[in-house]
Design a protein around this ligand. Structure first.
Ligand code: NZQ
Ligand code: ZN
Length: 391
């Protein structure tokens, strides 16, 4: 196992009826900015529950954070933060809203660098300027997928450039996970969430072995849970089942709260290539991943051989055939799982073809994504091979 430091500061409040707890989680003297997206929280009763819980607080609101949040939208929140002396953010929504709140929180207290060249908060993403201060954040999660409610990651888009940043200072202090609020999600959003969480787990698992038995078995448990429960959330007889929703919701948080990734190698190549597909063509985050991952598995078969065999045996219970046959079967079952979840597995499924690959490679280069993977050996040529494999 590799050395690691692990701390997750987010207090999780899980279960039906937990939204009211925000009245106690946020200090009474805080000046709160409630941030949310396009309004789904008004249709499903979440907004009402949140404002009821804030009845004793001084609060303001900022809405309109779009899926794959943009710098331009997020910067608009700075005006109300300054005007109203906001000192606490409450994000209510999916990963985009929580990620957006993280950028807003860091931008509000951004000091830049003394050399005057990094005066724009965008430099946190574009020039890796470290976050040194941020407003505190709480989250009410409405879409289980990203793990954003319990990690320090955020992804923001500006002019088609979709870039990530990470800081422990923007990790939510608390999160409310009420599975009932997920009942208003469309099938598409449910599928996206299950697939995103599945691939987060894979990217911290499918590398090379460092004998991290705890991490491996946690990951295998999460993968099996998502394989079992994900399809149920799409079937008429089981889709409203709150136990199914609860298991999906907790899996998604556990997949990216830092626990399974501590002390093991990680390979985020699927995500980094996927971000370019969203940035350039606007494809839903999870749908970029379901296209790229099977191709990564095929192209990196040799480098990932040992873990692919473990994945085949322990996650899919494949015991017949030689090593190659078992690996191929595991990749095929992964693709079938994605098909069951109704997400695309090929570039052609989203009307993209070989003519589009050059642009994606150009963008990867522009963003410094030239040495991806657990061994930093996925060069632009190999990314091209992966995208070609995904055609
Ligand atoms: O904006 P509203 O009206 O709320 O509608 C949203 C949005 O249109 C809707 N929705 C959310 N909860 C709902 C609901 N509709 C009905 N009922 C509910 N309960 O769903 C739509 C999509 O929401 P979004 O937040 O964009 O989805 P998701 O949670 O999948 O977040 C995706 C974003 O997270 C980033 C992605 O890149 C993308 O920008 N990621 C963040 C990560 C992190 N912070 O660790 C890691 C991930 O890999 C990912 O990159
Ligand atoms: Zn993701």
């Amino acid at each position: 196992m590799l050395n690691f430091n692990f701390q997750n500061p987010t207090k999780i409040n899980f279960g039906e009826g937990q939204i009211k707890i925000i009245s106690k989680e946020i200090p009474l003297d805080a000046r709160v900015l409630l941030v949310y997206g396009g309004g789904s929280i008004k249709g499903n009763g979440v907004y009402k529950q949140v404002i009821d819980a804030l009845s004793e607080h001084t609060w303001f609101e900022f809405s309109g954070i779009e899926p794959n949040p943009t710098y331009d939208t997020l910067m608009k929140a700075q005006e109300i933060i300054k005007r109203e002396n906001i000192d606490y953010l409450l994000a209510v929504g999916g990963g985009s809203v929580v990620d957006g709140a993280k950028f807003i929180a860091a931008a509000a207290l951004y000091e830049g660098k003394s050399n005057d060249e990094c005066n724009d908060p965008w430099d946190i993403l574009a020039k890796n300027v470290p976050v040194t201060k941020a407003l505190p954040i709480g989250a009410v999660l409405t879409l289980p997928a990203t793990g954003s409610e319990s990690n320090g990651n955020s992804v923001v888009t500006r002019d088609g450039n979709k870039l990530p940043f990470n800081s422990p200072l923007v990790c939510p202090l608390f999160a409310v996970l009420d599975p009932t609020v997920t009942l208003s999600l469309s099938d598409r959003q449910i599928s996206n969430g299950v697939v995103d969480a599945f691939i987060h787990t894979i990217e911290q698992y499918l590398t090379y072995s460092v004998n991290g038995k705890v991490q491996d078995r946690f990951s295998e448990g999460l993968l099996q849970t998502l394989i079992e429960e994900g399809p149920k959330a799409l079937l008429p007889d089981t889709k409203e089942n709150l136990e199914v929703r609860a298991n999906i919701m907790w899996s998604a948080t556990m997949a990216l709260n830092g626990l399974i990734g501590a002390g093991v190698p990680q390979d985020w190549s699927t995500h980094m290539i996927g971000h370019e597909l969203t940035g350039a063509f606007g494809i839903d985050h999870a749908r970029t991943l379901s296209i790229v991952l099977p191709a990564v598995m095929k192209v990196r078969k040799e480098q990932k051989r040992e873990k692919l065999l473990q994945y085949a045996t322990r996650v899919w219970q494949i015991t017949d055939g030689d090593d190659n046959a078992r690996i191929n079967q595991a990749i095929r079952l992964t693709e079938e799982f994605f098909e069951t979840m109704q997400v695309p597995t090929r570039l052609s499924h989203v009307d993209l073809g070989s003519k589009d690959i050059d642009l994606l490679i150009e963008r990867l280069e522009q963003h410094g994504m030239t040495a991806l993977g657990e061994n930093n050996d996925i060069t632009l040529d190999i990314s091209r091979e992966i995208l070609t494999q995904a055609l």
